[in-house]
Design a protein around this ligand. Structure first.
Ligand SMILES: NC(=O)C1=CN([C@@H]2O[C@H](COP(=O)(O)OP(=O)(O)OC[C@H]3O[C@@H](n4cnc5c(N)ncnc54)[C@H](O)[C@@H]3O)[C@@H](O)[C@H]2O)C=CC1
Ligand SMILES: O=C(CO)COP(=O)(O)O
Length: 422
């Protein structure tokens, strides 16, 4: 592979700086250092700016300092102490992670954009980026969620790809960020399958001919995605082959498997968050591990059925069963994820999960709650809520229409008297 001779290197921006976003910056920054022939040595991380006071329990808290107990800009703090004290405390970031509060300047000249924002912020941030990114940039979406609108349901990778007219793959797996930040072993799945054009591109100044422009591969419910056009990656850059994409993410403690099923990888990450809420609801009742396993089983069936029903052109069942982004992520999320923990506490205390998110997560965001609403809106628009009883039960619990105690009855298959299952 002619990467050694490539005169240009890929600049990487991490778009997001929460718990997972900051962890991603750390591991990507470690990898660019180990691959100087492929990647620029600085990794920029876009920080949604806020004022942060260093907590008293932080190792960086110095009562004698003039900034003690005073709010400081999060981006400046990260660049000074190399730690995100709010979203990833006690983890030292490599010095080549540079925080930037300006989203437009953070992506300047970057050919690789790694999106790691809570999914509700993706459309707006993409709109801010429109016209400011390198037209032949490639993206990887690490966000877990779906985008539901009048035109149907989209993967977040499709939303990014369509809004920015670039190719967007996906990274998802059984990946509790704090464990990975501490360099404890885990696996992940990367779906990266752009049209085969990145190794036959013209120079950056040349405009691509029609043979050098391909379509973003669409999934079924989004006809508008078919009109999104890709610009070829200029030949001065190392090709973004699977091998080179793997070099960006794989660490001794973070093992990457690459597949081509962007829909399967994205849906696994999004839908498991609804299942994790259900697991938390039953665990909060003190019902134990068998109850949790029961909702996980039904949830996995609904996840696979959903993928097959609405993304049938692309999704593969094996992605859910064999890769980290499927059953494995359901398991880890139902043991220790934020959605699980907050749902469990909500049931155990009788408080609203939205209050618990605000009180306990210090600005971190649950994705399962909004995903449950979005998936319900989509199922309702199709008139098929009853085909997804667990997803529907979670929505109805969040809405206060039913109680967690009703889950067993709600997910029990119904028979119509003729022996047929409804
Ligand atoms: N934390 C984890 O263990 C994992 C998270 N993920 C996924 O990664 C995505 C990002 O999650 P985290 O990095 O954990 O974030 P987080 O939940 O820790 O933090 C929330 C982030 O949102 C930012 N934010 C708040 N308001 C904003 C706005 N108006 N516009 C833009 N950004 C705003 C905050 O500054 C903060 O960076 C989610 O989809 C999540 O499901 C995926 C795997 C693991
Ligand atoms: O996605 C995750 C683990 O793979 C993290 O899940 P939570 O957002 O529920 O913490």
């Amino acid at each position: 592979m002619a990467t050694l001779g490539a005169p240009k290197k890929h600049k990487v921006t991490i778009v997001g700086s929460g718990n997972w976003g900051t962890t991603m910056s750390k591991l990507v920054a470690e990898n660019v250092k180990e691959n100087p022939n492929l990647f620029d040595q600085t990794v920029r991380m876009w920080v949604y700016e806020e004022d942060v006071t260093i907590p008293k329990e932080s190792r960086h808290y110095d009562p004698g300092s003039e900034t003690a107990n005073k709010p400081q800009k999060l981006s400046q703090l990260i660049n000074t102490i190399h730690e995100n004290v709010k979203y990833l405390p006690n983890i030292t970031l490599p010095p080549n992670v540079v925080a930037d509060p300006d989203v437009v300047s953070s992506v300047k000249d970057s050919t690789i954009l790694v999106f790691v924002l809570p999914h509700q912020f993706i459309p707006r941030v993409c709109d801010q980026l429109k016209g400011h990114i390198v037209p032949y940039a490639r993206a990887i979406c690490c966000t877990k969620g779906v985008d539901v609108g009048e035109s149907g349901i989209r993967l977040m990778s499709e939303t990014i790809g369509m809004r920015l007219s670039i190719y967007c793959g996906a990274l998802s797996g059984a990946n509790i960020a704090s464990e990975i930040a501490q360099e404890k072993y885990s696996e992940t799945t990367v779906a990266y399958d752009p049209p085969p054009m990145d190794s036959r591109a013209p120079t950056p100044s040349g405009s691509p001919t029609s043979s050098q422009v391909d379509l973003i591969s669409p999934s079924k419910p989004i006809p508008s995605a078919r009109s999104a056009r890709l610009k070829a990656l200029p030949s001065e850059y190392p090709p973004l082959s699977h091998e080179n994409v793997r070099k960006l993410f794989h660490r001794p403690y973070f093992h990457v498997r690459i597949v081509d099923d962007v829909a399967g990888v994205s849906l696994g990450g999004a839908l498991k968050n609804i299942i994790a809420l259900a697991a938390g609801f039953v665990d909060g009742l003190g019902w134990g591990d068998n109850a949790k396993a029961a909702v996980m089983r039904v949830g996995i069936l609904e996840m696979v059925a959903f993928g097959k029903a609405f993304f049938e052109d692309s999704v593969k069942t094996s992605t859910f069963t064999e890769e980290s982004c499927g059953v494995a992520d359901v398991i880890t999320s139902c043991m220790g994820g934020r959605n699980f923990r907050c749902a469990k506490k909500a049931t155990a205390t009788g408080k609203s999960i939205f209050d618990i998110e605000r009180e306990d997560l210090n600005g971190q965001k649950l994705q399962g709650t909004s995903t449950a609403y979005e998936v319900h809106e989509f199922l309702k628009s199709q008139g098929i809520e009853q085909d997804y009883p667990l997803f529907t039960a979670v929505y109805n619990i969040l809405e206060g229409n039913v109680k967690p105690e009703q889950i067993p009855d709600l997910i029990e298959p119904k028979f119509d008297g003729t022996g047929a299952k409804r």
